[in-house]
Design a protein around this ligand. Structure first.
Ligand code: CA
Length: 219
């Protein structure tokens, strides 16, 4: 799943990006409010981590603009100050969660995971679709309770489909979420990746809806 990380402190951004990448997210970064706003306005993200103190345009204004434009992705805000008024302002502007600096990067990852799960309507860290279980904490895919070995890219594809609750996803949307908007990946590459995954989890586990895309049935 694609995550947008908006943070102007390069050291913090590096740490968070590394941890989120390790947790299976495709991380894209912005370091000022204006470019963050533009990315969030034009691209699709599963979750956003947004620092409040940003150059050009502050984080709270970015968030307000996104929400005014009905951008509904879950947003976790970060602040250097632990002032409760800032937390209230952030939540009233449409933030879903809040973390004060300094924070443990492990806590941030756990909160980001919870946000993406909740956005997909799952309360538990294990998602079950038919015979398939996705243990998002261990980044493991299980078929009838047995772990199937997946490459990080294969895991990300199953993870994305599992969070869609039976919605059919086009090859183009999958390519965006696996490689980002800049990655030039065509439908054939996605088809090949799906074919590799089917060899591991069963032919019918991912259905192809001709002309529409893919859906995880777990059959
Ligand atoms: Ca900052």
């Amino acid at each position: 799943m694609r995550a947008l990380l908006v943070e102007d402190d390069n050291d913090i951004a590096e740490d968070v990006a590394r941890a989120l990448t390790g947790a299976g997210y495709l991380v894209e970064r912005a370091s000022d409010g204006e470019s963050a706003w533009f990315m969030g306005d034009t691209e699709d993200f599963a979750v956003v981590v947004l620092d409040l103190g940003l150059p050009v345009l502050d984080g709270l204004s970015v968030l307000k603009r996104w929400r005014a434009a009905e951008r509904t992705f879950p947003v976790l805000i970060l602040s250097a100050r632990s002032a409760w008024t800032e937390k209230v302002d952030g939540i009233e502007a449409g933030a879903d969660d809040y973390l004060a600096k300094p924070f443990e990067v492990g806590e941030l990852v756990a909160r980001v995971r919870a946000l993406t799960r909740r956005a997909a309507g799952h309360a538990s860290s294990v998602l079950t679709i038919g015979r398939i279980s996705l243990d998002t904490r261990r980044m493991a895919v299980l078929i009838d309770g047995v772990v199937a070995k997946m490459s990080p890219l294969e895991y990300r594809l199953i993870d994305y489909l599992a969070h869609q609750q039976g919605r059919t996803v086009s090859a183009g949307e999958l390519a965006d979420h696996l490689h980002g908007a800049d990655g030039a990946v065509d439908a054939n590459a996605i088809e090949a990746l799906v074919a590799r995954i089917r060899r591991k989890i069963g032919r019918d586990a991912i259905e192809t809806r001709r002309g529409f895309g893919y859906v995880l049935s777990g059959a």
